[in-house]
Design a protein. Structure first.
Length: 172
């Protein structure tokens, strides 16, 4: 017959805390940490590269927009400057103004009064056609620089300044 002999096994107890292996000692844990760090670094690097590229593109676009605006402003300024120069040439070199200057040189007050009306009509018509100007005037060549004729734009109206209100501009 068979007899059974009791087999005694020792119950394994948890090792003491000082005897346990640390959580970081496992190769799986170490590998997981390394992969997590690499993924985090890659995400940060790609985010920084996208940000850098976006900000560079934004700066480049703003610079191009400013250069375009500046070029347009320069073009408008040059066009206005050219128009202004040709308007000054037109007003300074016309027959009614030459006749007025000759009448002033003659000293005949009746002739001066008659001759002054033709350039005045021209200047009034000129100021009505050029809405960007607010004033047009003829300044005498005397030492004081007295205004001989002046028209002002007041709103939509063009008005001749009376002789009593003409100013001396020689000091300017």
């Amino acid at each position: 017959m068979r007899t059974f002999a009791p087999v005694l096994k020792e119950v394994q107890k948890d090792p003491a805390p000082s005897e346990r292996t640390p959580w970081w000692a496992s190769i799986v844990t170490r590998l997981t940490l390394v992969v997590a760090l690499l993924i985090s670094a890659a995400a940060l690097l790609s985010g920084w590269l996208v940000y850098r590229s976006g900000s560079d593109q934004l700066v480049k676009g703003a610079r191009q927009a400013m250069e375009h605006s500046l070029a347009m402003a320069e073009e408008r300024f040059n066009a206005f400057s050219g128009t202004l120069a040709s308007d000054i040439t037109f007003l300074a070199d016309n027959e009614p103004l030459h006749e007025y200057a000759a009448a002033v040189d003659s000293g005949d007050t009746a002739l001066i009064a008659v001759a002054r009306e033709r350039p005045a009509l021209l200047m009034e018509s000129f100021l009505r056609s050029r809405t960007q100007y607010t004033q047009v005037r003829v300044i005498a060549a005397d030492g004081a620089g007295t205004e001989a004729i002046r028209f002002d734009r007041i709103g939509d109206r063009v008005a001749r300044v009376p002789d009593s209100a003409l100013q001396v501009k020689g000091d300017r």
